[in-house]
Design a protein around this ligand. Structure first.
Ligand code: ADP
Length: 273
């Protein structure tokens, strides 16, 4: 207990939502002859443990929005907050996974997985332990002494996810992480990610072109539209929180699922893009 009243700033942090985009907007080339309003003022808040899927056609500002939370990009206006604190740069509390696994080709699978903990100077035993735990979680422990080029595309992407998770980030940011995978591998990866999310309770922001994927994985689906990039609607989705064993084929064929998918598609098409 503090022996003084909380300051206004501390009070704001106590009551703040876990994640907040507070009137965030981004203009590329501001002050030049050709500025691009990539993201119109956006106000969104999410709770810890949400799985937020962002969908919309190319150029609607999905990556821009995510990069402000990753700390790679400073908004032109507004503030991104995590637990009330402004984001001022990248940090180990936010793991990032891109569409193409950006692995270190000269490092083994195990060394790739241990990269974050190594950079942070964690003791050797802890680095190993974390790398092993996450490599086992994504089914790559048996491949720990291989190099990335010796893995399939799906395995490389699993390694990129393990590497991000080895930092045990409270927030995982994923920009089209399964976009380059074949349909079967993609469904498997969806299941694996879903299981990790359930087990860890982490908060996920996930960009995808696939409405099907968004409705299946997300607790929230944020639909965006281009010219200028903006949020059209935010829709809660129930399927990620279905208790017990999930049957992916059955859920996706169900009437509720199809109706929600059509609603999201209607929003995107209705915009004429
Ligand atoms: P999405 O991820 O939905 O495809 P982006 O966030 O990548 O959309 O881009 C939104 C808009 O901003 C697009 O019009 C894109 O061309 C523009 N844009 C993205 N990055 C830059 C940049 N570095 N410089 C100038 N314009 C950019």
């Amino acid at each position: 207990m503090l022996d003084r009243p909380l300051t206004a700033e501390e009070m704001a942090q106590e009551t703040a939502p876990f994640l907040r985009f507070e009137d965030v907007s981004v203009t590329y080339g501001a002050g030049t002859a050709h500025p691009t309003l990539a993201l119109s003022p956006t106000d969104l808040a999410f709770a810890r443990g949400d799985f937020v899927c962002i969908v919309g056609p190319s150029g609607c500002g999905k990556t821009t929005l995510m990069q402000t939370l990753a700390g790679f990009l400073k908004p032109t206006a507004g503030t991104v907050r995590v637990e009330g604190r402004p984001v001022t740069g990248p940090g180990p509390d936010r793991g990032v996974v891109f569409q193409h696994a950006a692995l270190f080709p000269w490092k083994t699978v195990a060394a790739n997985a241990a990269f974050g903990p190594t950079m942070r100077g964690l003791p050797r035993a802890e680095r190993r332990e974390r790398a092993e735990y996450w490599l086992r979680s994504v089914g790559l422990w048996d491949f720990r002494n291989r190099y990335p080029y010796q893995l399939s595309g799906g395995m490389q992407q699993r390694l990129a996810i393990a590497r991000a998770l080895a930092n045990e980030p409270g927030i995982l940011l994923m920009d089209e992480p399964f976009g380059a995978l074949d349909a079967l591998t993609r469904e498997k990866m969806q299941e694996e990610l879903h299981a990790v999310w359930k087990r860890t309770g982490m908060t996920v922001l996930f960009i995808t072109h696939s409405v099907d994927e968004a409705v299946y994985l997300g607790t929230e689906v944020v639909v965006m539209s281009p010219r200028p990039g903006r949020v059209l609607e935010r829709i809660p989705a129930p399927f990620a929180r279905v208790a017990g064993e999930r049957d992916i084929r059955r859920i996706k064929a169900g009437a509720d699922f199809v109706a929600l998918r059509e609603r999201v598609l209607g929003l995107i098409w209705g915009e004429g893009s």
